[in-house]
Ligand binder design. Structure first.
Ligand code: FES
Ligand SMILES: [Fe+2]
Length: 361
């Protein structure tokens, strides 16, 4: 599947990864996530470079990930440190390593760098909710491609139809703007919806003036972080994580300023319930949109209200490429097989001795 390259992707909530190695599907591939001796998150393809066992069935010992099949040990860098069958003095064959995806842990998330270029900068998170908010997180997996999920959250025209019974009540189907400002790592959008009164659209210059008097209605930071500014005291954050071509994991984070512990907890629960209902309304429609991946469409036709979608789709088109779990900044060297003394680099050099007839007769 195609995903944005050379950028930090949110992949997990920090709290989802404890001591035990865990398997999660991301970008259409299975990965093992684990914590090294410093507690730092690590992410490898969930496939042992020896004979392909699932490393997530293994364990962590002395800060190394241990394969459940033959006990090979891999350090946080992905290098094989020990092959029990070869003994402590045995050689480690070239290429006996895991591909490591560089990870960072910040803002309650684990982020992975995806791309051939070396990692740069920090994951894009919102300073607006970095401090002073009570936050509650919730994860929902849904049958929709991440591109359609993100575009839906930038869509200014769907509210009175998809959310008629909730946030879209009132029949405000007429869309001025939205007014959009692109920033280096995303976009800010000011939404102006009203009841149709047979008047023309307001000029963008007018919307610009109005926009500069208040925070954006919503913000997107690439590749997949979204913030809805409901008020100074209430904001909703979503990280859209591609699980596979047809599935996205939504990490919904409610952010409020109710401090009294029980009231804060109950308010958080109420907000989560509302968000779940609203998201379900979106999913009822967007999980049936065709084609699944928005860049596969050559037939979508846009209107003015789709400005933010168009900007995102352009960005996606110039940054998305096929994801290859074996190709990162730390290229895997050609796999070498184990010879009798553990030193050969020819994959077929070691053949088991023939025992009896081999022709099947
Ligand atoms: S398959 Fe992992 S050690 Fe053999
Ligand atoms: Fe919606």
């Amino acid at each position: 599947m195609k995903i944005p390259q050379n950028i930090w992707h949110p992949v997990l909530l920090s709290r989802e990864l404890k001591r035990k190695p865990l398997k999660f599907q991301r970008f259409g591939s299975d990965f093992v996530f684990w914590r090294d001796k410093h507690g730092s998150p690590q992410m490898f393809p969930d496939r042992c470079p020896h004979l392909g066992a699932s490393l997530s069935q293994g364990s962590v010992s002395n800060g190394n990930l241990v394969c459940p099949f033959h006990g090979f040990e891999f350090s946080a860098s992905g290098d094989c440190q020990h092959i029990p069958a070869n003994g402590t003095l045995g050689k480690i064959p070239a290429g006996m390593n895991c591909v490591r995806f560089e990870c960072i842990e910040s803002a309650g998330f684990i982020w992975a760098w995806v791309g051939e270029k070396p990692s740069t900068g920090a994951p894009a998170y919102f300073s607006e909710i970095a401090d002073g908010f009570q936050i509650a997180d919730m994860a929902i997996d849904a049958r929709v491609n991440y591109s359609r999920a993100i575009e839906n959250q930038l869509d200014a025209a769907h509210l009175p139809f998809v959310h008629k019974s909730t946030i879209g009540s009132g029949g405000k189907s007429f869309v001025d703007g939205p007014y959009i400002e692109s920033v280096h790592n995303g976009l800010n959008s000011w939404v102006f919806n009203r009841v149709d009164s047979n008047e023309p659209h307001q000029p963008i210059s007018e919307l610009q003036k109005l926009s500069h008097q208040r925070p954006p209605s919503l913000q997107l930071r690439y590749p997949a972080q979204w913030l809805l500014n409901i008020s100074d005291h209430l904001k909703n954050f979503i990280a859209f994580v591609p699980v596979n071509e047809n599935t996205t994991r939504f990490y919904l984070r409610t952010c409020h300023k109710v401090k009294l512990p029980i009231a804060s907890y109950l308010y958080g629960l109420l907000l989560q319930l509302m968000n779940k209902i609203i998201l379900q309304q979106d999913l009822n429609v967007i999980s049936h949109v065709k084609p699944c991946f928005s860049l596969d469409s050559s037939s979508d036709r846009f209107i003015g209200a789709d400005r933010a979608i168009v900007i995102y789709r352009r960005w996606l088109a110039s940054n998305a490429a096929d994801f290859n779990p074996d190709s990162t900044t730390r290229q895997m060297t050609k796999i070498a097989a184990v010879s009798a003394d553990g030193s050969s680099s020819d994959p077929l050099a070691f053949q088991p001795p023939a025992t009896g007839r081999q022709d099947g007769n």
